[in-house]
Ligand binder design. Structure first.
Ligand code: R1P
Length: 259
């Protein structure tokens, strides 16, 4: 299987037989990696079986191996999205490969638009649940996966021990790449979304199907369309991520130290 091939390549290229944790760093999160630690090995994603090259600006496309205390951690620097023309199986492949490489805990991060009143730009929010509005799934055949507590309550509690100011929210995953219209945001708020983005939901489904625990953190990089009347841009998303990097890195490092 492709995930096992990639896992073997990760072990060979990093010199680490089993990684225990994987962190997927989304838009705006790349600078936070520097706060986590110095990689002992780095591999360009396209050199690993089944991995593609992320094309969204700011997605570095590297896999770093970093020891946090004694825990071997894989940092996946960027992701592939459906809107880049990838299939669900491609989108989740890095997560599947990391789990095949021994990973038991997956931390998924992303940049998101804030829908719920009171969310502030620059604020990390724990994902408590999600709405998969992509119309797609990474699962094939009669694979029935329970998604109650898909976003691990214990891991969320752990994150709140490190930063008690963290709030939680429901993440709506859409296909993109267009940002939502103000009317769509009103609809999303009505059906229970606090945050909106174009990733993450397929990855958590794949990770749960493979038995990994998942923590999700969205960085609010803008208030969603229509909330303020401001226009949206990916440049703003990256800039807000850059500004928040020290806080995000400290939070991630704190979580990783306690796993
Ligand atoms: C839009 O600015 C991009 O940022 C988010 C959206 O999903 C979209 O890809 O990226 P991540 O979800 O990969 O963080």
């Amino acid at each position: 299987m492709l995930a096992e091939q990639a896992a073997r390549a990760i072990a060979e290229r990093t010199g680490v037989e089993r990684h225990r944790v994987a962190v997927v760093l989304g838009s705006g999160w790349q600078d936070a990696a520097a706060e986590i630690g110095t990689p002992s090995a780095s591999v360009p994603m396209p050199e690993l079986p089944g991995f593609g090259t992320p094309s969204a600006q700011g997605h570095v496309g590297m896999v770093h191996s970093v020891a946090v205390d004694n825990t071997p951690v894989l940092l996946l620097m960027g992701r592939q999205h459906l809107y880049e023309g990838y299939q669900p199986s491609d989108v989740v492949h890095p997560v599947s490969a990391a789990i095949a490489a021994g990973v038991e805990t997956v931390v998924l991060t992303n940049a998101a638009g804030g829908i719920r009143d009171g969310l502030r730009v620059g604020e990390p929010v724990l994902i408590s649940d999600h709405l998969n509005l992509t119309g797609r799934t990474p699962l094939a055949g009669a694979t029935f996966v329970d998604l109650v507590d898909a976003w691990d309550p214990e891991l969320r509690a752990l994150a709140r021990e490190i930063d008690p100011s963290l709030t939680e929210g429901v993440y709506a995953g859409l296909t993109g790449p267009q940002y939502e219209t103000p009317a769509e945001i009103r609809m999303l708020g009505t059906i229970g979304a606090d945050l909106v983005g174009m990733s993450t939901v397929l990855e958590v489904i794949a990770a749960r199907a493979l038995g990994a625990r998942v923590l999700g953190i969205s960085l609010v990089t803008n208030l969603a369309a229509g909330v303020t009347g401001a226009h949206l841009s990916h440049a703003e998303v990256l800039a807000e991520g850059h500004a928040a990097a020290p806080r995000l890195g400290k939070l991630l490092r704190g979580v990783l130290e306690r796993l």
